[in-house]
Design a protein around this ligand. Structure first.
Ligand code: HEC
Ligand code: HEC
Length: 203
């Protein structure tokens, strides 16, 4: 079971985002609530499943897995598509059609799925990627790239999506976005990106 350890709720004027976080927190900490939320989420993901897979393992190399991703991360990424911080033709439209309750339930549903490692990447490149990952990335994304709270899981993601995501960070305007990934990805070469994605997709 995953429990989200959140900081103590602010005493005054909780924002809608804080409200959503405490709702998510309460659901994840209670077996019966989590089960109900999981089932409600399952009802709502038929359409998502065409792209991300019913079990959260994506069906296309350019589409991310959602399986085993932390619910807080999934929820926050929806908010980014909703408020325009993040843009994608399909996702930006979709995120606006879901109610708060649906966004929470879907995040709970996908967080409980198991991500499957992918084969097919070059083992020599993957070895080089493992070394680079341990030095530059593991501190935030976890030793096994399993993620933690707002640090996304990278293990098992399709290599192509990982490459797209890293290039997106490289090209981001730091005056408009605040994420440590802009600095991290900015210094990666093409060869290093290929090594890292070859490693991560197999985990
Ligand atoms: C037509 C295909 C398609 C459908 C349908 C779709 N998605 Fe996506 N989704 C994508 C793509 C492509 C991305 C990556 C966009 C990018 O590169 O920023 C994405 C990204 C995401 C992300 C961010 C994941 C990450 O690792 O950062 C979440 C969360 C997500 N989708 C949830 C959903 C949910 C929930 C639904 C159903 C309501 C859904 N998607 C339906 C294609 C789709
Ligand atoms: C200082 C902490 C930190 C370090 C170090 C770090 N990351 Fe990240 N990474 C993040 C955070 C936080 C996010 C979520 C970004 C967001 O929401 O905009 C992220 C997002 C990502 C994503 C997008 C995942 C998705 O599902 O869309 C990829 C890919 C990624 N990181 C790869 C790496 C790699 C490879 C390294 C090492 C070269 C690395 N990161 C080092 C904090 C870090």
């Amino acid at each position: 079971m995953i429990i989200i350890g959140l900081a103590a709720a602010p005493v005054v004027s909780a924002s809608p985002a804080d409200d959503a976080m405490s709702q998510l927190n309460a659901i994840m900490a209670d077996d019966a609530k989590r089960q109900a939320s999981y089932e409600a989420g399952h009802e709502r993901i038929r359409f998502c499943g065409y792209c991300h897979g019913e079990d959260g393992n994506s069906k296309r190399e350019y589409i991310p897995n959602l399986a085993a991703q932390h619910p807080l991360y999934l929820f926050n990424q929806f908010e980014k598509f909703r408020d325009g911080t993040r843009e994608d033709y399909v996702m930006s439209k979709l995120a606006k059609t879901l109610s708060l309750e649906e966004r929470i339930n879907i995040a709970v549903y996908y967080s409980q799925q198991t991500a499957k490692p992918r084969t097919g990447s070059d083992p020599t490149k993957a070895d080089a990627g493992a070394k680079l990952f341990a030095v530059r990335c593991a501190g935030c994304h976890g030793d096994k790239a399993q993620g933690f709270r707002d640090m996304p899981r990278l293990a098992g993601q399709p290599a192509e999506y990982l490459g797209i995501a890293l290039k997106r960070f490289k090209e981001m305007d730091p005056t408009k976005h605040s994420t440590p990934m802009i600095g991290v990805a900015g210094v990666l070469s093409e060869v290093q990106i290929e090594a890292l994605t070859s490693y991560l997709t197999r985990q």
